[in-house]
Design a protein around this ligand. Structure first.
Ligand SMILES: [Zn+2]
Length: 115
């Protein structure tokens, strides 16, 4: 089964926001039941990136790429970046994968690769 990360569409004004907020950024409505979950798009453009070298001990890698990506619908999210030589402006595509394992828990997030 393909995993999804959900954004939330306001039923009153159609604005999509991520992560979830109790108040719509566009029209300020604040009824909890007036938002519909919609999957985040997978494709986007890499806006900026960095590599983290000093990770917590429970990470199984020595170096981790992180990128901020503007998705096709304009939302911006942070995700792991699995690209050997990333370039700002490149097209990327994400998959929801396990990004961290700690004790008995698995944490999921978006992992971007070159599109
Ligand atoms: Zn709204």
């Amino acid at each position: 089964m393909r995993r999804e990360i959900y954004a939330y569409r306001c039923r009153r004004c159609d604005a999509v926001q991520y992560p979830f907020r109790m108040v719509c950024k566009a029209c300020r409505q604040n009824d909890f039941f007036e938002f519909d979950p919609v999957p985040l798009p997978r494709r986007g453009t890499l806006l900026t990136f960095t590599h983290v070298h000093n990770l917590p001990l429970d990470f199984a890698v020595a170096r981790l790429g992180l990128g901020i990506v503007e998705l096709e619908n304009g939302l911006r999210i942070t995700g792991q970046l699995d690209v050997a030589e990333p370039k700002i402006g490149m097209a990327v595509e994400g998959e929801v994968e396990v990004v961290r394992r700690a004790d008995y828990d698995e944490y999921h997030g978006m992992v971007f690769r070159a599109a």
